[in-house]
Design a protein around this ligand. Sequence first.
Ligand code: KIV
Length: 272
Amino acid sequence: MKRATKDLPKITTHVLQEMKLKGEKIAMLTGYDYSMARLLDESKIDVILVGDSASNVMAGHKTTLPITIDQMIYHASSVMRAVQRALVIVDLPFGSYQGNSKEALHTAIRIMKESGCNAIKLEGGEEVKESIDRILSAGIPVMGHLGLTPQSINKFGTYVVRATEEQEAEKLRKDARVLEEAGCFGIVLEKIPAGLAEEVTQSVKIPTIGIGAGNKVDGQVLVLHDMLGINTDFSPRFLRRYHNLHDEIIKAFLAYIRDVKSGDFPNDREQY
Ligand code: KIV
């Protein structure tokens, strides 16, 4: 089937680099399934992140920790079947790359081979450098993720804004340099002071993508279910809701239930 995005050039990591150079902002959203990924690609989103936030919004877990490699591959393959233009990045799940670079490489290869995605993302700086080096040596593009790194929630103990103290801010600056020098094509900066995000963005040549990191970064990412207003119980300051799908969907469900119960659905034209 011909789609609007079919003949448009594919977004690559090089395109993102050019966008940074030109000062063109990068728009990224998460996606986890075929139908939503089709809509995202049709909207000409630049990047779709198959985030491990699937653990929260798709599976109902409290944290991102329980999601498995197989589950990430399931979500990523569903997205890949829909996408023609956007760059698709997939999160390496918790426990699949930390502390063992061989396992990290194995995970990244499996995810890329079995889903057909374009790149992977992992959380952390210096401490995961060996894993990043190994994955990059296999020709797999890597995006870093600094600041609030949800896979470390048990270490942080809370989801509050990170790097407000100078010591942590300095580590983040250093980690950004480590990621750039290692060869990452971009860095997600999550929930850090806007001034620090701006400083990091200016200090590295690779694009930075912010979530709760202010406006002076190279692009933005939000979790799809949050920005569509499907989740109403998560309202951090950085979140802008672009729709109230929760209420719209409930309205549709209530109307369907009413029609079934009253015998109005199906009517004469809706049967054979
Ligand atoms: O998993 C995810 O959705 C993410 C974004 C919040 C950046 O990592």
